[in-house]
Design a protein around this ligand. Structure first.
Ligand code: FAD
Length: 305
């Protein structure tokens, strides 16, 4: 219930102005966001990589209908990738892109052109791009753009949201050689006509999708903080003879860092999703919605504790 309210708030301009203006919001945001500028992002990346983790970096921002803003977001990725180039991190530092931030709502071709530029810059770093998945109305367009990008940049990956009814079929289509699929539970508020609503149903759907990906021929990126799903991944890896390195784990910056380190210590590739930039509001509200304890943390910080 609280989660639904927060997800609704993530799309309200009034709540955005109120929350963003609270004096201590910044302190709490810092727990989930690596910083506002490229140099802060790059320092966080270096720290994580030095600690044995890998990263996927997200320049925060979503849903623009302004061609100038879309071009500015694409440019921000190019600047970031240029800044990272001398660090020579290869696939240890990839980027995640929300197509709605690079013009998807204006036209698929605009989003494709910008995404192509970002893929080319990532390729120049010996790295690659994963497309985030946003609300259900964008899935067909995102998968279409993925197909086009993979013609020139075959390692481009995509996130698939287990809560959508369609996702098992999408996983089947994508479980092919060279295909990188990040499986997530799903973070948007979706209607019952398209998505499972209860946590139990979402978790079961995640396992069904995971089984398809682990049995398939692609590269599964298991993006969850859920211990049960991580244990099930290990069982499936055993069953389908996937060695450590034939799949990876992904978690969000600032969430379950102990687990990130212990999985990496056991030899797994663990990729941390590192968001940076000043447009942190939607991302931050989705993280609060996922976990009531985060709201308590937020309120305690506001109270100065
Ligand atoms: P949950 O059932 O939410 O959590 C399991 C346990 O993890 C909790 O009990 C708690 O211990 C811990 N935990 C989970 N969330 C938090 C939190 N916010 N703070 C503290 N502890 C927490 N969603 C999309 O819709 N599109 C995307 O493209 C996308 N990309 C993602 C990329 C990565 C790398 C990750 C990790 C997630 C991404 N998500 C995306 C978000 C995802 O859909 C879920 O909302 C989020 O991962 C929480 O689900 P969970 O699997 O961790 O399970």
């Amino acid at each position: 219930m609280l989660g639904q309210v927060l997800l609704a708030g993530s799309r309200s301009a009034l709540v955005r102005r109120t929350v963003s203006g609270l004096p201590l919001t910044r302190k709490v945001v810092d727990r989930f966001v690596a910083g506002e500028g490229v140099s802060e992002a790059s320092a966080a990346v270096q720290r994580l990589v030095d600690g044995g983790l890998t990263v996927t970096i997200d320049h925060l921002g979503e849903e623009t209908r302004d061609a100038g803003a879309a071009a500015a977001t694409a440019k921000a990725y190019l600047t970031l990738l240029e800044e990272l180039r001398p660090l020579d991190l290869g696939t240890r530092a990839e980027v995640s892109v929300k197509l709605s931030a690079v013009g998807q709502e204006l036209s698929d071709s605009m989003a494709l052109d910008h995404a192509r530029e970002i893929c080319a810059a990532a390729a120049a770093n010996g790295s690659t791009v994963t497309l985030d998945m946003e609300d259900h109305t964008t899935v067909d367009s995102t998968l279409g753009i993925l197909r086009a990008l993979r013609e020139d940049f075959p390692s481009t990956g995509v996130a698939i949201q287990a809560y959508l009814f369609r996702s098992e079929a999408d996983c089947r289509d994508l479980a092919v050689p060279g295909s990188r699929v990040r499986l997530v539970k799903g973070a948007y508020r979706e209607p019952a006509s398209v998505a499972h609503q209860s946590k139990g149903e979402v978790d079961k759907a995640y396992v069904r999708c995971l089984r398809i990906l682990m049995a398939g021929k692609g590269y599964p990126m298991v993006a969850t903080h859920d211990d049960r799903l991580i244990s099930i991944t290990e069982l499936l890896a055993d069953r389908f003879s996937r060695a450590v390195g034939d799949y990876e784990y992904q978690m969000l910056y600032g969430i379950r860092t102990d687990k990130q380190e212990s999985l990496a210590g056991a030899g797994h590739t663990v990729r941390v999703y590192v968001p940076y930039g000043d447009d942190w509001y939607g991302y931050f509200m989705r993280r609060l919605a996922e976990r009531p304890a985060n709201v308590a943390f937020f309120l305690r910080a506001l109270g100065g504790k």
